[in-house]
Design a protein around this ligand. Structure first.
Ligand code: GLU
Length: 442
């Protein structure tokens, strides 16, 4: 039975501690604002336009007391940030992680606004999180925590208001608990459209589980075409082996890529001839993490897991957390293409270094938008009460991703800016236009 432990604040000791959020070089929200400002400058946005859309609309922090299995009460901290709702209800996942903090959730909500806009789905940006390591909790404790989170912020949520989804360490079961909590609060009505990423049996969509990775693969096809890169035999390294990372490995291997390296919280593993993703997935199903993978597969464990990022591969896929490629290691990145399955893996300083090295970055708000793209399709299906085949979902996702990639690449060439700034330009135009058309209420 898990021991009583006060919830960790998630904020690392640093000289920036006295500030309300982590500020300074590794503040995810500062990085997000820098990305925005670069695009705003190129677009010559006015002060009013910037003021309209830069800061989050609503920030909520709650305390979440949960009865643990041993009878004690443990208090967790939860957040939900709605960044922008000009183009539709706030949309974005809920992350369960010991390092969750308000600065991070603000950045993630911010990226969601522009992610939804770049792929043209009618939704705004939101994100949530709980400061917790879910691996420390029993299933019952996890359920009580999830339900309390949703109940505590019930008025924020709704199919036309704010629609959560899975993110780091959350899954379809947790979405089912969210959906049930919301439905029971509404006199038992069946209201699946309040959350996406649900199990198929409860109004989930075909293709949602693999959607983030699938969207990335569609982008990689386009990038390979643009750069003249042969995917068959291309070497790939993937940081993070959760939902996005594991599907990325599977789908790229199906395209003939060689998955030379993978990693998770327990380490990084390398095999020149390639790692079989199915083997790694089976290992995780049995052992929860990749711990000991080097003992059962012919792979080498890297002494420093961060060295995975610096391997001489063709495609590098950060699929873990923010701030992994920074000014400290960007110079040593050797990949030709960086396909960002994670949100915010490259800092602006790293972007500048990679830009000089002519590394082709497929930025997060484009590259990993397939997840929210299929979330949108799930929401549409829930509201119709009619469900599509996997083929239909894939076709719609491909149309969304191909169009978005083409828009961003065209903008990048037109303004002579990196793909990230171009993605922001495409997205900001839509958010500004919607905000101006709506005007100010009261
Ligand atoms: N958490 C995912 C993301 O960062 C998916 C969000 C969603 O489906 O709403 O894009």
């Amino acid at each position: 039975m898990p021991k009583y432990q006060p919830a960790r604040s998630g904020r690392k000791e640093s000289k920036f501690r006295s500030q309300p959020f982590i500020r300074g070089p590794l503040s995810a929200f500062d990085n997000a604002l820098t990305q925005f400002d670069r695009a705003a400058k190129t677009m010559k946005l006015t002060k009013n336009q910037i003021a309209f859309i830069r800061e989050p609309r609503r920030t909520t922090e709650v305390k979440l007391p949960v009865r643990m299995d041993d009878g004690s009460i443990r208090v967790f901290k939860g957040y939900r940030v709605q960044h922008n709702i000009a183009r539709g209800p706030a949309k974005g996942g809920v992350r369960f992680h010991p390092d969750v903090n308000l600065d991070e959730v603000k950045a993630l909500a911010f990226w969601m606004t522009f992610k939804c806009a770049v792929i043209g789905i009618p939704m705004g940006g939101g994100k949530g999180g709980i400061v917790v390591d879910p691996a420390e909790l029993s299933t019952g404790e996890l359920e009580r925590l999830s339900r309390r989170f949703f109940a505590e912020m019930i008025d924020l949520f709704g199919p036309d208001r704010d629609v959560p989804a899975p993110d780091v360490n959350t899954n379809p079961q947790i979405m089912a608990w969210f959906m049930d909590t919301y439905s029971m609060h509404n006199r038992g009505d069946y209201l699946p459209a309040v959350v996406t990423g649900k199990p198929l049996e409860l109004g989930g969509s075909a293709g949602r589980a693999s959607a983030t990775a699938q969207g990335m693969v569609f982008c990689v096809f386009q990038a390979a075409d643009h750069l003249g890169l042969e995917l068959h035999g291309a070497k790939v390294a993937i940081q993070g082996f959760g939902n996005a990372g594991s599907f990325a490995a599977k789908l790229l291997r199906e395209q003939g890529c060689i998955i030379q390296a993978i990693s998770d919280v327990d380490g990084a593993f390398f095999a020149k001839e390639g790692i079989d993703p199915e083997h790694a997935i089976a290992h995780i199903q049995k052992n929860r993490t990749l711990k000991g993978f080097e003992k059962v597969a012919s792979v080498e464990r890297l002494k420093d897991p961060l060295k995975l990022l610096e391997l001489p591969v063709d495609i590098l896929i950060p699929a873990a957390l923010e701030n992994q490629i920074t000014r400290k290691n960007a110079n040593r990145i050797k990949a030709k293409v960086v396909a960002e399955c994670a949100n915010g893996p490259c800092t602006p300083e790293a972007d500048d270094i990679l830009e000089k090295k002519k590394t082709f970055i497929i930025p997060d708000i484009l590259c990993n938008a397939g997840g929210v793209g299929v979330s949108y399709l799930e929401w549409v299906q829930n509201r119709m009460g009619y469900y599509w085949s996997n083929e239909r979902v894939l076709e719609d996702l491909k149309t969304m991703m191909d169009r978005a990639f083409a828009d961003v690449l065209r903008t990048s060439l037109q303004y002579k800016v990196p793909m990230r700034t171009a993605a922001f330009i495409v997205a900001i135009e839509k958010v500004v236009r919607a905000s101006e058309l709506r005007g100010l209420y009261a």
